[in-house]
Design a protein around this ligand. Sequence first.
Ligand code: PMP
Length: 361
Amino acid sequence: MTKRVCNFYAGPATLPLPALKKAKEELLDFNGTGMSIMEISHRSKEYDAIHQESKDLVRKLMNIPDEYKILWLQGGASTQFWMVPLNLRQDDKPFEYVNTGVWSKKAIKEAGFYGKVNVVASSEDDNFSYIPKKIEFSKNISFAHITGNNTIYGTEYHDWPNTYGDVPLVCDMSSNIMDKKIDVKRFGVIYAGAQKNIGPAGVTLLIVREDLLNRVNEEIPAMQKWITHAKKDSLFNTAPTWAIYMCKLSLDYLKSIGGISAIEKINKDKAKLLYDMIDNSNGFYKGHAKPDSRSLMNVTFNLPNEELEQKCVKEALDEGLVGLKGHRSVGGMRASIYNAMSIDGVKKLVDFLKQFQEKNQ
Ligand code: PMP
């Protein structure tokens, strides 16, 4: 039998087993073609069916209104850090960002190449352990930007800040896309590297309100403009066909279990198991995120000292609990419990951590 572990990596991350099995089944002969989907032209009718279905799944699962375009792009979320300001800047209007961690900072730095950036709120004063409560964006700005979930620190927005009038709110949802129901109409643009919650590395999902596509200066290279990709249905150049196919299989699975409302409930149950364990550990495990900012996707915590943290990560590994070492900026441990992580996987982790505490406190 194939060995499968409980994979808590922050990304690339665990994928639904049925999606992997289906990919394995179809690897050598996709749909009777005698070829792998990887070997088929991105202009073929066989691939086109996958392409369209993948977008339909995103639209239906997230209940995305018709006036939004769904694009599959390359270059990771990091490419959107500069594509966002390049495509949305208007005259001399500044951009406003909320700084909630490493990924926000990187987005802010890249935006600085395209215009004036104002940081209107930050949680840097407490090592990014919370989402700022008071976020007020100005009126006369090109766009407002937030990082929906902070993968490294384990904090997540549970309410969205408002913007004035038609100022678009842009959100990096790389590590929490589809973790809970959202009202897409609150946003002008949503982007997410696929490799955490919806698929493998190599493709980035961009959801953009159509009217915003016209802001860009036409006189720049084609690949840099969202509108190029929108006009050609994300097939302007060779699409990352395998990555999109894997996203489609993983979203098929999400749909089969009841979609985002079903996974939201499961995600809340999973997160509660871990946070309750932390809260009931008499301080042996200390959560990094403030309770009202806790992420459903990345649970970050420390042990009494670094030695114990290393021991815990190692012993967990021996039990088939993989990828639990925290990011260097927080240290400690991080359990990434994305949509594809089962409740049983989380229960196994909780049992292990309780036993570890008993033996080591
Ligand atoms: N934003 C967030 C919230 C992330 O977690 C990451 C990757 N860990 C990125 C952006 C960067 O994504 P990519 O590697 O796809 O460029």
